[in-house]
Design a protein around this ligand. Structure first.
Ligand code: FAD
Length: 492
């Protein structure tokens, strides 16, 4: 059996910890925060619960079996998440693809021809994805190569095309429909993910009824039961190496020796800040990593409201809303100098207390309003000047509250608690570079890995593996879990 030191108790570290401790390895999990979970976590303020990062997840076909594997599936209350799309032109709950098509076609009758072609192609790609999920019957085994070749052709066509380029094939640039579809998911993400995103929203969108923190807590408890040691408030300061191999970590000035080290935390910091011997890395690797673009960070407003659950239900209809109220052209995610950015960007609003009334004081409601933000907006939120930082944060908060008042009337008047997080806040709590929300940039013109479909746990340092979302180009809970499995398989 081996000894393993894991840096970070987010989903990647917790999952790897459970798998490895389950196999009988001696595992120590170091977490700098006082709570486990990383981005899969939450916090309470004045009786209101808010999510710290992810609100939902997709690809349950990978996540649920993983939770069963480590014996915790029945301890987590997974529930379906349903989203509503609202703009001045349409307003629908995403129950089915047909609901979406009908509402958008009704909103833009003059675009009918283009929309039908766009939807036909989205349907075709969805069909290709579904083809890969067929049960393992004799007939399906025979037809698998055909379905796989359709998938490979689709990846060739759309893997390196952005969502904007895909929307531009069907709609006039500058039209409202173009702006509706160009901004699905991450900015300029690969076109091949757009249909998958629709499918997930409609058929496979989940959350945890008792909040993401309860999920992390279950994983942490199970890890301890399996004999693992979880050290909270324990920031790893160094990864120790000898003769080109990782041999342990330093935490709070003390060395912890291990046969293997797993980084379940930020990729860039793992090598640029923690590794004790930079000469193990080639100059090319360091330069590529330093310059690599990361996924966009979020700005989030947290509100505790003296609004009853019933009223909130009436206003929101469902717990999660995607909200866009601005005319084209919308904001440019590449422009970090746009002072009016927050007036134009699509918003996501989520009420944890609509999922579960116990997540807010009796008779009250919680609400989170968030949006993606350009990388290092306004000189990285004031260039280090605390006063400017506070002013920018306050201004952005007020804009989002005002805009969302068209869904929740007099929102400002109902506030009992308010706070906000910038990408710098997310970075402070999780150490993810620039508050990256989902590992590397999703834009195919900026990828870090040559092939985005490969999970890469190996590093230039022997016995140091990546067990976080950063092992894959596109972060997310499913890809993080996959990295954890691969690390656990590698360690004997
Ligand atoms: C707003 C938002 C929305 C999202 N929505 C979705 C979604 O819909 N679906 C989806 O699948 N994913 C979503 N994600 C992404 C998903 O949450 C992450 O990809 C995933 O949780 C990453 O897990 P991780 O374990 O790799 O890293 P993290 O969760 O970042 O955990 C890393 C941990 O390492 C700790 N750490 C860092 N450095 C050190 C150190 N030196 N010493 C000790 N500990 C350290 C941190 O404190 C942290 O706890 C979203 C993320 C955000 C922010």
């Amino acid at each position: 059996m081996s000894s393993v030191a894991i840096i970070g108790a987010g989903m990647g570290g917790l999952m790897a910890g459970n798998l490895l401790a389950g196999k009988g390895h001696k595992v120590t999990l170091f977490e700098s925060h006082s709570m486990p979970g990383g981005y899969t976590a939450g916090f309470w303020r004045k009786g209101y619960y808010f999510e710290s990062g992810t609100l939902s997840f997709e690809m349950s076909s990978q996540i649920f079996p993983a939770m069963r594997d480590i014996g915790v599936y029945d301890k987590i209350e997974f529930v379906r998440q349903i989203a509503r799309w609202v703009s001045p032109d349409y307003d629908f709950v995403m129950h089915s693809m047909d609901d979406m098509k009908k509402s958008i076609l009704k909103a833009y009758p003059s675009e009918k021809g283009r929309l039908l072609k766009y939807f036909a192609e989205v349907d075709r790609v969805c069909d290709i994805y579904r083809g890969l999920e067929k049960p393992n019957t004799f007939l399906n085994k025979i037809t698998f190569p055909f379905r796989m070749s359709r998938f490979v052709n689709m990846v060739r066509k759309y893997g390196r095309m952005t969502s904007s380029e895909f929307a531009g094939l069907y709609f006039e640039k500058g039209s409202k429909v173009y702006y509706t579809f160009k901004d699905v998911g991450y900015p300029d993400m690969p076109a091949m993910i757009v249909p998958a995103a629709f499918m997930s929203f409609l058929d496979d969108y989940w959350t945890v009824k008792t909040g993401m923190q309860s999920w992390a807590d279950v994983l942490a408890e199970n890890f301890r039961k399996l004999g693992g040691e979880l050290k909270l408030k324990s920031k790893v300061e160094k990864i120790l190496t000898k003769e080109g191999a990782a041999i342990g970590v330093t935490c709070e000035g003390k060395d912890y020796m291990a046969d293997y080290v797993l980084s379940a935390s930020d990729y860039k910091k793992t090598f640029l800040d923690l590794l004790d011997n930079r000469s193990l890395l080639s100059n090319d690797f360091v330069e590529k990593m330093q310059n690599a673009a990361v996924s966009e960070g979020f700005f989030t407003v947290y509100l505790g409201l003296n609004i009853s659950r019933e009223k909130m239900q009436k206003y929101l209809k469902v717990p999660h809303i995607l909200y866009g109220d601005c005319d084209p052209p919308g904001p440019d995610m590449g422009d970090a100098t746009d002072e009016r950015f927050f007036e134009k960007v699509w918003l996501s609003a989520y009420s944890p207390s609509l999922i579960n009334e116990e997540l807010a004081p009796k008779g009250k409601s919680s609400l989170m309003i968030s949006c993606m933000v350009p990388f290092r907006w306004m000189n990285n939120w004031g260039g280090g000047d605390r006063k400017v930082y506070k002013e920018l944060k306050e201004k952005a908060k007020r804009v989002l509250i005002k805009r969302f008042s068209s869904i929740v009337p007099d929102l400002e008047k109902h506030i009992e608690f308010e706070d906000a997080a910038t990408p710098l806040t997310y970075e402070r709590y999780t150490a993810n570079s620039s508050g990256a929300s989902s590992a590397w940039s999703w834009n195919p013109h900026k990828w870090f890995y040559k092939s985005p479909n490969v999970t890469k746990i190996d590093t230039p340092v022997k016995n140091l593996f990546i067990s976080s979302c950063w092992a894959y180009e596109f972060g997310g809970i499913p890809t993080t879990i996959k990295a954890a499995y691969m690390c656990a398989e590698r360690i004997t």
